[in-house]
Design a protein around this ligand. Structure first.
Ligand SMILES: Nc1ncnc2c1ncn2[C@@H]1O[C@H](COP(=O)(O)OP(=O)(O)O)[C@@H](O)[C@H]1O
Ligand SMILES: [Mg+2]
Length: 426
């Protein structure tokens, strides 16, 4: 039987998954809910995020498999809801999703498991938190407990600044309920990696490490964003470092989740800070996410040799140990083009012009786009699209991504010119 697959979400991550599933002979039809102006070309968009509407569409269209892309529906229990209605779904349960939706829960859990993570205190009491803040040397990291779409973390340069942000979060003014509990952390100095494990609740496989670029401007300047570009594999994570991350961070976490009765089935995404300790590279866990990263997904998908469909179904069926995850021996670099006022405010929708380019360079992934009645694709969201370059070397993959970018234009378009600079030295 061929699969009819529904992908939940509307970003570049979901487009990238759709792109590889579309080419899988075992896939009949692809649906996206709600999808974006680009996913129209890969399948059918179902314009809803309501759980009951999604279920109705699944029944109506004979959908055999659902893949949940973003964190929001997971934290709203969409996976449990669909499972309860006998739908095959890839995405962790509400209980397992707490690894991302509550930083306080995650920190307590990993500390209990003896996993290396920044020294911290989590509380809803300003006095207790202030006292802890004074035991740290600035910079000091202040985090809202709940989901804040990547905006809930502040690196304070002084004790007083840390306390002011803590108070603002606790008041509910800054992030509503998500900030009613706060995590204070010591600042870790190092470089960041994104690592991905696919687990069936018991066993897991690892994908190659990626590096994201959170800051808006080249040279890692400007405000934090959802991510302005990514690349994989990265020479900053060799086999032995990935093995350490696997053994010291991923495996014990999945183990404790299973033992406490909330086995993790899905993509466990570790945000890692690699620090120099006693002349050794030592990975510290910054945070967990419970889904693919965006833009990391956009560089991982085109390099999968083992089909995404196999990875997903083996995880659902509890058979991930039977799968050998192979990657194509290439590099992928994704550069995000964002709209004029991202991440501060939205910009009016503008047309996108794409000139023909050599498809051997790579491809475009559509994210914050809508489709006009005329059929024209409009830049309508913050992160509009990505140029994904593929090649046998990292340098060439980056050149290819920027070559593709030369063929794309829209009013107010912005992108960083230095994606992968940590690996390439510029
Ligand atoms: N303890 C820390 N030390 C240094 N930098 C940190 C620390 N915690 C977070 N950061 C920085 O803040 C960013 C966002 O923090 P993270 O915990 O990943 O939250 P979120 O992705 O939910 O906003 C990280 O990618 C990292 O750059
Ligand atoms: Mg993060």
């Amino acid at each position: 039987m061929r699969e009819n697959i529904l992908i939940i979400g509307n970003g570049g991550r979901e487009y990238a998954m759709g792109l590889v599933l579309k080419d899988d002979k075992r896939v009949d039809r692809l649906y996206f809910a709600p999808g974006n102006g680009g996913t129209h070309a890969l399948g059918v968009n179902i314009p809803t995020t309501k759980h009951t509407d999604i279920l109705e569409s699944i029944q109506k269209h004979n959908i055999t498999l659902v893949i949940i892309g973003p964190e929001a529906p997971l934290s709203e229990g969409l996976s449990d809801f669909l499972t309860a209605h006998n739908v095959r779904v890839f995405g962790p349960s509400l209980a397992a999703s707490r690894l991302e939706s509550s930083k306080a829960y995650m920190k307590d859990l990993v500390s209990q498991a003896g996993i290396k993570t920044a020294k911290y205190m989590q509380s809803n009491d300003v006095n207790a938190l202030s006292e802890f803040i004074h035991t740290l040397t600035p910079p000091i990291v202040v985090k809202a407990d709940g989901l804040c779409a990547g905006k809930g973390v502040i690196i304070a340069q002084s004790h007083s600044e840390a306390i002011a942000h803590t108070k603002e979060m606790l008041s509910g003014e800054a992030f509503g309920d998500a900030g009613m509990r706060v995590v204070i952390e010591e600042f870790l100095d190092g470089y960041e990696l994104s690592v991905f494990a696919i687990s069936d609740g018991k066993d897991f496989i690892m994908l190659p490490a990626c590096q994201d670029h959170k800051r808006l401007l080249s040279g890692d300047n400007g405000p934090n964003t959802g991510g302005m570009g990514a690349y994989t594999p990265t020479p900053l994570c060799d086999k032995s470092l990935l093995e350490k991350i696997k053994k010291d961070i991923i495996a014990p976490t999945l183990d404790i989740m299973r033992k406490q009765g909330s086995p993790f089935v899905g993509v466990l995404f570790g945000g890692i800070m690699v620090c120099q300790r006693d002349n050794e590279l030592t990975p510290y866990l910054l945070e967990f996410n419970v889904r693919f990263g965006d833009p990391e997904c956009e560089v991982l998908m085109p390099l999968l040799e083992t089909p995404l469909l196999d990875i997903v179904t083996h995880a659902i069926d509890g058979k991930i140990a039977e799968l050998e995850c192979k990657m194509i021996e290439k590099y992928a670099v994704a550069v995000v083009a964002s709209s004029k006022d991202y991440p501060y405010k939205s910009s009016p929708a503008v047309p996108i012009a794409v000139k023909d380019f050599d498809k051997n360079l790579g491809h475009i992934v559509y994210a914050g786009v809508s489709k006009a009645e005329s059929g024209e694709i409009l830049a309508s969201g913050g992160r509009v699209l990505l140029a994904v370059g593929l090649a046998e070397s990292l340098e060439k993959a980056r050149d290819n991504a920027y070559e593709i970018m030369k063929h794309i234009s829209f009013k107010g378009m912005h992108f960083r010119d230095d994606i992968a600079f940590r690996a390439l030295g510029r």
